[in-house]
Design a protein around this ligand. Structure first.
Ligand code: BTN
Length: 254
Protein backbone atom coordinates (compact mmCIF):
# COMPACT_ATOMS: atom_id res chain seq x y z
CA UNK A 1 0.00 0.00 0.00
CA UNK A 2 1.51 3.32 -1.05
CA UNK A 3 0.78 6.22 1.26
CA UNK A 4 -0.05 9.21 -0.89
CA UNK A 5 -0.49 12.91 -0.21
CA UNK A 6 -4.06 14.12 0.31
CA UNK A 7 -5.50 16.95 -1.78
CA UNK A 8 -7.98 18.95 0.28
CA UNK A 9 -8.87 22.65 -0.05
CA UNK A 10 -8.61 22.83 3.76
CA UNK A 11 -4.88 22.21 3.32
CA UNK A 12 -4.40 25.25 1.10
CA UNK A 13 -1.39 27.06 2.49
CA UNK A 14 0.18 23.83 3.77
CA UNK A 15 3.10 22.11 2.11
CA UNK A 16 2.09 18.44 1.90
CA UNK A 17 4.87 15.88 1.94
CA UNK A 18 5.08 12.11 2.21
CA UNK A 19 8.45 10.55 3.09
CA UNK A 20 9.40 6.91 2.65
CA UNK A 21 11.26 6.92 5.92
CA UNK A 22 12.13 9.35 8.70
CA UNK A 23 13.10 8.97 12.35
CA UNK A 24 9.93 10.71 13.52
CA UNK A 25 7.67 13.18 11.73
CA UNK A 26 7.50 15.25 14.93
CA UNK A 27 11.28 15.28 15.30
CA UNK A 28 11.72 16.20 11.64
CA UNK A 29 9.36 19.19 11.84
CA UNK A 30 11.03 20.44 15.02
CA UNK A 31 14.42 20.10 13.28
CA UNK A 32 13.15 22.18 10.39
CA UNK A 33 11.77 24.83 12.74
CA UNK A 34 15.11 25.04 14.54
CA UNK A 35 16.62 25.73 11.14
CA UNK A 36 14.16 28.60 10.65
CA UNK A 37 11.46 26.81 8.63
CA UNK A 38 8.06 27.61 10.10
CA UNK A 39 5.86 27.25 7.03
CA UNK A 40 2.65 25.28 7.59
CA UNK A 41 3.32 21.66 6.65
CA UNK A 42 1.67 18.28 6.70
CA UNK A 43 4.35 15.62 6.85
CA UNK A 44 3.46 11.93 6.64
CA UNK A 45 5.88 9.01 6.66
CA UNK A 46 5.48 5.48 5.39
CA UNK A 47 7.92 4.36 8.06
CA UNK A 48 9.28 5.93 11.24
CA UNK A 49 12.50 4.53 12.67
CA UNK A 50 12.25 6.35 16.01
CA UNK A 51 8.59 7.21 16.50
CA UNK A 52 7.87 8.87 19.82
CA UNK A 53 4.85 8.70 22.10
CA UNK A 54 3.83 10.71 25.14
CA UNK A 55 5.75 10.63 28.40
CA UNK A 56 8.98 9.64 26.65
CA UNK A 57 7.55 6.40 25.34
CA UNK A 58 8.40 4.86 22.00
CA UNK A 59 5.75 4.76 19.25
CA UNK A 60 6.35 1.60 17.26
CA UNK A 61 4.60 1.09 13.95
CA UNK A 62 5.08 -1.16 10.95
CA UNK A 63 4.86 0.07 7.38
CA UNK A 64 1.33 -0.28 6.02
CA UNK A 65 -0.17 -1.11 9.40
CA UNK A 66 -0.17 2.47 10.63
CA UNK A 67 -0.71 6.04 9.62
CA UNK A 68 1.93 8.35 11.05
CA UNK A 69 1.91 12.05 10.32
CA UNK A 70 2.42 15.47 11.83
CA UNK A 71 1.09 18.91 11.12
CA UNK A 72 3.38 21.82 11.93
CA UNK A 73 2.46 25.48 11.97
CA UNK A 74 2.79 28.61 14.07
CA UNK A 75 -0.17 28.89 16.43
CA UNK A 76 -1.10 31.85 18.59
CA UNK A 77 -4.21 30.97 20.60
CA UNK A 78 -5.12 33.18 23.55
CA UNK A 79 -5.11 30.04 25.70
CA UNK A 80 -3.43 26.72 24.87
CA UNK A 81 -5.50 24.65 27.30
CA UNK A 82 -7.36 21.79 25.69
CA UNK A 83 -5.50 21.73 22.37
CA UNK A 84 -4.83 17.99 22.49
CA UNK A 85 -8.49 17.33 23.36
CA UNK A 86 -9.63 19.43 20.39
CA UNK A 87 -7.28 17.47 18.13
CA UNK A 88 -8.71 14.20 19.49
CA UNK A 89 -12.27 15.41 18.83
CA UNK A 90 -11.41 16.28 15.25
CA UNK A 91 -9.81 12.90 14.59
CA UNK A 92 -12.53 10.86 16.29
CA UNK A 93 -15.34 12.70 14.50
CA UNK A 94 -13.75 12.04 11.14
CA UNK A 95 -12.87 8.39 11.78
CA UNK A 96 -16.02 6.65 13.04
CA UNK A 97 -18.89 7.20 15.51
CA UNK A 98 -17.53 4.38 17.69
CA UNK A 99 -14.16 6.04 18.28
CA UNK A 100 -13.97 7.33 21.84
CA UNK A 101 -11.52 9.68 23.52
CA UNK A 102 -9.55 8.68 26.57
CA UNK A 103 -8.36 11.84 28.32
CA UNK A 104 -6.09 13.51 27.53
CA UNK A 105 -5.44 12.34 24.02
CA UNK A 106 -5.82 8.68 23.21
CA UNK A 107 -8.27 7.35 20.67
CA UNK A 108 -10.00 4.21 21.85
CA UNK A 109 -12.33 1.61 20.41
CA UNK A 110 -13.98 -0.67 22.97
CA UNK A 111 -11.29 0.22 25.55
CA UNK A 112 -8.45 -0.65 23.19
CA UNK A 113 -6.05 1.96 21.92
CA UNK A 114 -6.57 2.91 18.28
CA UNK A 115 -4.20 5.83 18.19
CA UNK A 116 -2.42 8.58 19.99
CA UNK A 117 -1.50 12.23 19.69
CA UNK A 118 1.81 13.87 20.56
CA UNK A 119 1.79 17.68 20.59
CA UNK A 120 5.03 19.57 20.98
CA UNK A 121 5.52 23.32 20.90
CA UNK A 122 8.58 25.51 20.86
CA UNK A 123 9.49 29.13 20.39
CA UNK A 124 12.31 29.78 17.97
CA UNK A 125 13.43 33.17 16.61
CA UNK A 126 10.89 34.27 14.03
CA UNK A 127 7.96 32.38 15.54
CA UNK A 128 8.24 34.40 18.76
CA UNK A 129 6.19 37.44 17.69
CA UNK A 130 3.29 35.47 16.29
CA UNK A 131 3.05 32.64 18.78
CA UNK A 132 4.72 29.27 19.09
CA UNK A 133 5.60 26.66 16.53
CA UNK A 134 3.33 23.69 17.22
CA UNK A 135 3.75 20.17 15.93
CA UNK A 136 0.70 17.93 16.20
CA UNK A 137 1.73 14.30 15.66
CA UNK A 138 -0.79 11.55 15.08
CA UNK A 139 -0.30 7.78 15.05
CA UNK A 140 -3.22 5.54 14.08
CA UNK A 141 -3.33 1.76 13.84
CA UNK A 142 -4.83 0.94 10.47
CA UNK A 143 -4.39 -2.85 10.52
CA UNK A 144 -3.87 -5.17 13.53
CA UNK A 145 -0.42 -4.72 15.09
CA UNK A 146 1.85 -7.11 16.84
CA UNK A 147 0.43 -7.34 20.37
CA UNK A 148 3.31 -9.26 21.94
CA UNK A 149 3.70 -8.25 25.56
CA UNK A 150 0.51 -6.20 25.70
CA UNK A 151 -2.28 -7.23 28.08
CA UNK A 152 -4.85 -5.87 25.62
CA UNK A 153 -4.30 -6.03 21.86
CA UNK A 154 -4.61 -2.57 20.29
CA UNK A 155 -7.59 -1.68 18.14
CA UNK A 156 -7.23 -1.22 14.38
CA UNK A 157 -9.25 1.06 12.12
CA UNK A 158 -9.90 -1.78 9.69
CA UNK A 159 -12.40 -3.11 12.29
CA UNK A 160 -14.52 0.02 11.75
CA UNK A 161 -13.60 1.16 8.26
CA UNK A 162 -12.56 -1.96 6.32
CA UNK A 163 -12.17 -0.05 3.05
CA UNK A 164 -9.77 2.59 4.43
CA UNK A 165 -6.02 2.25 4.00
CA UNK A 166 -3.50 4.76 5.37
CA UNK A 167 -3.90 7.10 2.36
CA UNK A 168 -7.68 7.17 2.61
CA UNK A 169 -7.50 7.71 6.35
CA UNK A 170 -5.08 10.61 5.90
CA UNK A 171 -7.38 12.05 3.24
CA UNK A 172 -10.29 11.92 5.71
CA UNK A 173 -8.60 13.43 8.75
CA UNK A 174 -5.90 15.85 7.55
CA UNK A 175 -8.06 18.67 6.17
CA UNK A 176 -10.46 18.68 9.13
CA UNK A 177 -7.47 18.66 11.49
CA UNK A 178 -5.99 21.72 9.78
CA UNK A 179 -9.37 23.43 10.17
CA UNK A 180 -9.52 22.38 13.81
CA UNK A 181 -6.18 24.05 14.52
CA UNK A 182 -7.46 27.28 12.95
CA UNK A 183 -10.70 27.06 14.94
CA UNK A 184 -8.79 26.39 18.16
CA UNK A 185 -6.52 29.36 17.52
CA UNK A 186 -9.57 31.60 17.03
CA UNK A 187 -11.87 30.31 19.77
CA UNK A 188 -9.92 27.99 22.08
CA UNK A 189 -11.30 24.82 23.64
CA UNK A 190 -14.87 26.08 24.31
CA UNK A 191 -16.44 24.88 21.02
CA UNK A 192 -14.89 21.43 21.51
CA UNK A 193 -15.87 20.76 25.12
CA UNK A 194 -19.30 19.22 24.57
CA UNK A 195 -17.99 17.32 21.57
CA UNK A 196 -15.24 15.84 23.72
CA UNK A 197 -17.75 14.88 26.39
CA UNK A 198 -19.93 13.14 23.79
CA UNK A 199 -17.02 10.75 23.15
CA UNK A 200 -15.45 10.67 26.62
CA UNK A 201 -14.36 7.05 27.21
CA UNK A 202 -13.89 7.65 30.95
CA UNK A 203 -17.25 9.29 31.63
CA UNK A 204 -18.71 8.12 34.97
CA UNK A 205 -16.07 5.41 35.25
CA UNK A 206 -13.84 4.72 38.21
CA UNK A 207 -10.32 5.92 37.48
CA UNK A 208 -7.03 5.73 39.31
CA UNK A 209 -4.70 8.71 39.14
CA UNK A 210 -0.96 8.10 39.00
CA UNK A 211 -0.64 9.06 42.69
CA UNK A 212 -3.00 6.19 43.55
CA UNK A 213 -6.08 8.33 44.24
CA UNK A 214 -9.28 6.71 43.02
CA UNK A 215 -12.38 8.53 41.91
CA UNK A 216 -15.09 8.81 39.30
CA UNK A 217 -14.44 10.68 36.06
CA UNK A 218 -17.00 13.46 35.58
CA UNK A 219 -16.12 15.01 32.22
CA UNK A 220 -13.78 17.92 31.55
CA UNK A 221 -13.72 21.53 32.68
CA UNK A 222 -13.68 24.64 30.48
CA UNK A 223 -9.91 24.36 30.24
CA UNK A 224 -9.97 20.66 29.33
CA UNK A 225 -8.91 19.47 32.81
CA UNK A 226 -10.31 16.04 33.71
CA UNK A 227 -12.79 16.36 36.58
CA UNK A 228 -12.47 13.47 39.01
CA UNK A 229 -14.76 13.11 42.00
CA UNK A 230 -12.82 11.53 44.87
CA UNK A 231 -13.43 10.94 48.57
CA UNK A 232 -11.92 14.37 49.25
CA UNK A 233 -14.01 16.23 46.66
CA UNK A 234 -13.73 17.19 43.01
CA UNK A 235 -10.22 17.30 41.55
CA UNK A 236 -9.35 19.01 38.28
CA UNK A 237 -6.53 16.98 36.78
CA UNK A 238 -4.66 19.04 34.23
CA UNK A 239 -1.09 17.94 34.31
CA UNK A 240 -0.05 16.17 31.14
CA UNK A 241 2.26 14.11 33.34
CA UNK A 242 -0.60 12.53 35.27
CA UNK A 243 -1.67 9.26 33.80
CA UNK A 244 -5.27 8.21 34.34
CA UNK A 245 -6.28 4.60 34.14
CA UNK A 246 -9.68 3.04 34.42
CA UNK A 247 -9.75 1.32 37.80
CA UNK A 248 -9.68 -2.46 38.44
CA UNK A 249 -11.50 -4.57 35.91
CA UNK A 250 -10.68 -2.40 32.92
CA UNK A 251 -7.82 -3.01 30.53
CA UNK A 252 -4.73 -0.91 31.00
CA UNK A 253 -3.75 1.90 28.70
CA UNK A 254 -1.17 0.66 26.22
C1 BTN B 1 0.98 8.43 22.28
O1 BTN B 1 -0.05 7.78 22.28
O2 BTN B 1 1.83 8.28 23.18
C2 BTN B 1 1.23 9.40 21.18
C3 BTN B 1 1.71 8.72 19.94
C4 BTN B 1 2.00 9.70 18.81
C5 BTN B 1 2.66 9.01 17.64
C6 BTN B 1 2.80 9.91 16.45
S1 BTN B 1 3.26 9.04 14.99
C7 BTN B 1 3.54 10.54 14.16
C8 BTN B 1 4.23 11.46 15.13
N1 BTN B 1 5.65 11.23 15.13
C9 BTN B 1 6.09 10.71 16.27
O3 BTN B 1 7.26 10.40 16.52
N2 BTN B 1 5.07 10.59 17.13
C10 BTN B 1 3.82 11.04 16.56
Amino acid sequence: MALSAPADPALAGFAVEVLDEVDSTNTELMRRARAGRFEPVLLAARRQTAGRGRLGRQWASAQGDSLTFSIGRVLAPADWSGLSLAVGVSLAENLHPRVRLKWPNDLWVDDRKLGGILIETATFGKAEGGGRYAVVGVGLNIAPRDATGLSTPPAALVELQPAWDASETLRRVAGPLAETLAAFEASGFAPFRSRFQARDALHERRVTLSDGTEGTARGVGEDGALLVHTASGMHAVNSAEVSVRPARGFPLDT
